[in-house]
Write a protein that binds this ligand. Structure first.
Ligand SMILES: *Cc1c(COP(=O)(O)O)cnc(C)c1O
Length: 305
């Protein structure tokens, strides 16, 4: 079912399309490197190629050009693609997740990260659906930094809200704590935001993008809070450390080297600015694969081409 090598049933794209995708990908990589002044040999910042609505053949072109991380928005589409594409791909789910789809999503062996967790219900569903021997699945909590109704995600924290003089925990704090303590099949890796389109358009080189700043502030506050709240000896006995297992060597959240939470922010229109603002993961679709059909066009394929 899941292949480790390239499936020959995936039709090849034309030579022209191959050249086009490679050129775009190389261009995006160069911009990523430039934005971070990268000479660093690390994998960060991570470029996730967002391939929703794009055929597996396009993905394969990127893969064969060294791209390993891909993002998808729809569970069934991701399941279908994962079945026919190489197992070495690291899939990132970046769409709205319904908890009744958690099981299907969790069945993908090379699912690497779910970037859009925003409720305990969703976290529980994923945690339960994952095979317990599996490497914990990375999850990012989605934050609605722009406060738009149409966007999912939890409200951001400000530097004022998370401190101890507030008796009530914010939704984000509660969810983070819940995942660390009660969902050992999940690994809380960081935060994700989509952000308002107009901010990414209006914010130029010199101006700061308020969404990115808000996500950073939220991350900083949450990190500090988690470190005090879940420090060893403060109720952390509740956490299964599986002595001797790989897990016990890891931080229970964030990066292994220090409990640092990662930021996933920046898309085709604003990833340079996001990287300058400190993003660790950028999600680029159009910039690599070209424009997509809209959801309506997908539903009525005959009407478009
Ligand atoms: C579609 C999508 C992207 C990629 O958007 P582009 O503008 O095509 O780069 C990134 N993040 C999320 C959450 C998306 O849904």
């Amino acid at each position: 079912m899941y292949t480790t090598s390239t499936n020959s049933e995936i039709p090849k794209v034309t030579v022209e399309r191959t050249a086009e995708i490679r050129e775009s990908l190389a261009g995006i990589r160069a911009r990523v490197a430039e934005a971070v002044g990268a000479s660093s040999p690390t994998e960060r910042p991570k470029l996730v190629a967002v391939s929703k609505y794009k055929p597996s053949a396009d993905i394969l072109v990127c893969y064969e050009y060294g791209q390993k991380d891909f993002g998808e928005n729809y569970v069934q589409e991701l399941v279908d693609k994962a079945k026919e594409l190489p197992l070495e791909i690291r899939w990132h789910f970046i769409g709205t997740l319904q908890s009744n789809k958690a099981k299907l999503l969790a069945s993908i062996p090379n699912l690497h990260t779910v970037q859009t967790i925003s409720s305990a219900k969703m976290a529980n569903a994923l945690h339960k659906a994952l095979p317990s021997g599996r490497t914990p699945l990375n999850v990012l909590l989605q934050v609605n930094t722009s406060g738009e109704d149409a966007k999912s995600g939890l409200p951001p924290l400000t530097s004022l809200s998370p401190s101890s003089n507030r008796s009530e925990l914010s939704d984000l704090q509660q969810l983070a704590k819940h995942i660390v303590i009660s969902c050992p099949n999940l690994h809380l890796q960081g935060l994700m935001t989509i952000g308002a389109l107009d901010l990414s358009i209006s914010a130029n080189e010199t101006e700061r993008n308020a969404d990115f700043e808000r996500l950073k502030e939220t991350r900083d506050a949450l990190e500090v809070w988690l470190q005090t709240e879940l420090a060893p000896g403060r109720g952390s006995e509740a956490i299964d450390t599986n002595e001797g297992s790989d897990r016990s060597k890891c931080w229970r959240w964030g990066e292994e080297s220090g409990g640092k939470l990662l930021l996933s922010m920046g898309m085709s229109s604003d990833f340079d600015a996001a990287l300058k603002a400190g993003s660790d993961i950028v999600r680029v679709g159009t910039g690599i694969f070209g424009s997509r059909k809209t959801k309506d066009e997908i539903k009525q394929p005959k009407a478009v081409s």
